[in-house]
Design a protein around this ligand. Structure first.
Ligand SMILES: Cc1cc2nc3c(=O)[nH]c(=O)nc-3n(C[C@H](O)[C@H](O)[C@H](O)COP(=O)(O)OP(=O)(O)OC[C@H]3O[C@@H](n4cnc5c(N)ncnc54)[C@H](O)[C@@H]3O)c2cc1C
Length: 479
């Protein structure tokens, strides 16, 4: 392709090209060798994005007057950094691009599944967030980025940026549990949705729980650094609490990839044994390699596990947008972004940052971590604009898990992280009294409380309100 071919013409050409050509990524970074010409899928069975419309119009935004930061993804990372960029560089215009029309929180969603909070508690308005924090909300899907020209393309037009922050979250990797076929994957997602991305999947899961009458309800814990390490165990407790309350002959069957509960294990085991002995069956060391939708079963190398209903949580990976933009770190098995571990910018581009669950840094994929990281990266970007170097700062993870429903009792742990450079040699690092490295996560323990209590249950609700306020209320209201 000639260098002078304009972007618009390139997109037009791509849209009208033959199947093989059209399957080249918008930025040409998807190697054709990775695409199966018969199916139009990546060779691992994952569909790739291709343009279906021509992006030739400018997005309908006020004209760009000075600096502009564009934030992709209105989740925990994106909304927090938008607010803090605006606070630190008030003269900079900040635009959040988010494809959804309404915010739904994954944190606390397990409580909602068990009827402990209303839907209102976990849903919020993007419009309020933008209004209260003085930035622009643009509802659209990001299709591509031209880093050379500093332009973001959406189906509702393109916009220029000076700084770009990507916080697009995660996608599922069903291939990792043996589901490669496109059709089977869709059937699986419809019948037994994981509900680890906010939205319809959760609503389907709640209906399943409410209508379940007897038998085995399967949940799974995937391999790798998956989104919210304690959430599958919390969900197990919450679903078991519903079965117990309704006194139905039903059990949660929890199949765990690891050999034991990695996080808050003491607290979860105590809840399993003391509160839900008849309602939870926990089986560790199960690495799923197959899902049989007809037989309603999953298998590892040794056994087949039959179930009556399920929410199957596959391995996760960084959002496909990261891959589509050609930003994957080669060594990352979960296709996370290749960023500078201390500053979060793409290695060769200090204008583009990745935060939240798409990052490759070994932090817990949690909302509180994403918020703390967002505040830090807002300082890094503001520092760059002002010519000030900001010292590296570990994000905090503060994490409550509800384990009992009546009364509401929770357990807690909080942590900071090892400096990315010392994480590799963490086991020799005496500065940290108690830590462990697993799944690439390098914790430096700080605080934990595994004795479930109502007090911690109340703290958890307070935690949620504070963290929602960080995204949806103004800084004055938050203080
Ligand atoms: C059941 C459950 C319980 C959890 N409990 C807790 C908890 O108790 N505490 C805690 O701290 N964390 C918890 N988490 C984890 C937390 O939800 C995530 O870690 C957090 O949401 C990550 O933030 P993020 O910004 O990276 O991604 P997200 O919050 O998922 O935001 C990504 C956003 O990007 C948007 N997007 C993606 N691609 C595009 C595109 N191309 N164009 C436009 N928009 C796009 C998506 O629509 C989405 O809104 C829990 C998660 C689950 C699933």
């Amino acid at each position: 392709m000639g260098k002078n071919l304009s972007r618009r013409k390139f997109l037009m050409g791509t849209a009208g090209a033959t199947a093989g050509m059209a399957l080249t990524g918008l930025n040409g970074k998807t190697a054709l060798a990775d695409v199966d010409p018969n199916t139009g899928l990546m060779r691992d069975g994952i569909p790739i994005q291709k343009p279906t419309i021509i992006v030739e119009n400018k997005a309908e935004l006020p004209p760009k007057r000075g600096l502009r930061a564009v934030v992709v993804g209105g989740g925990w990372g994106g909304l927090t950094i938008a607010k803090h960029l605006k606070l630190r560089v008030p003269e900079m215009e900040v635009v959040v691009i988010e494809r959804r029309s309404m915010f739904m929180s994954c944190p606390i969603s397990n409580l909602w599944l068990a009827g402990l909070v209303d839907f209102d508690f976990i849903t919020h308005s993007f419009v309020d967030a933008a209004q209260n924090n003085n930035y622009l909300f643009f509802q659209a899907t990001v299709l591509d980025v031209d880093r050379e020209k500093r332009i973001v393309y959406t189906e509702r037009g393109y916009m220029e940026y000076d700084y770009l922050v990507l916080s697009p979250g995660i996608d599922y990797d069903y291939g990792a549990i043996g589901v490669h076929d496109h059709e089977q994957r869709h059937t699986l997602m419809k019948r037994y949705p994981a509900a680890f991305k906010p939205g319809s999947e959760h609503i389907t899961l709640k209906k399943k729980i409410e209508t379940f009458e007897k038998g085995l309800f399967l949940l799974t814990v995937p391999s790798g650094n998956y989104r919210c390490l304690p959430a599958p165990y919390e969900r197990t407790c919450m679903i078991a609490s519903v079965f117990k309350r309704k006194k139905i002959p039903a059990k949660v069957l929890l199949l765990d990839h690891t050999h034991d509960i990695k996080i808050k294990g003491v607290g979860f085991h105590a809840a399993f044994d003391e509160l839900y002995k008849d309602y939870i069956e926990y089986i560790p060391s199960v690495s799923l390699i197959n899902v049989d939708l007809d037989r309603k079963s999953v298998s590892d190398e040794f056994d087949e596990y039959q179930f009556d209903d399920a929410a199957i949580y596959p391995r996760i990976r960084a959002s496909r947008l990261i891959e589509h933009l050609g930003l994957v770190q080669d060594s990352s098995p979960q296709k996370e972004a290749r960023i500078d571990m201390h500053r979060n910018h793409i290695h060769d581009d200090r204008r583009v940052y990745v935060i939240g669950d798409s990052r490759s840094t070994g932090y817990s994929k949690s909302g509180s971590t994403a918020q703390a990281e967002a505040r830090y990266v807002a300082r890094v970007i503001a520092g760059r604009i002002k010519g000030v170097e900001i010292p590296w700062e570990s994000p905090d993870t503060t994490c409550y898990s509800m384990v009992a429903a009546e009364p509401m009792e929770a357990i807690y742990f909080g942590s900071k992280y090892l400096h990315p450079q010392s994480a590799g040699t963490a086991m020799d690092n005496e500065r940290f009294r108690d830590y462990w490295i697993d799944s690439g996560v390098a914790f430096a323990w700080r605080d934990r409380n595994m004795n479930r209590s109502e007090e911690l249950g109340q703290e958890m609700i307070g935690w949620a309100l504070t963290h929602y306020a960080e995204m949806f209320e103004s800084a004055e209201m938050f203080q």
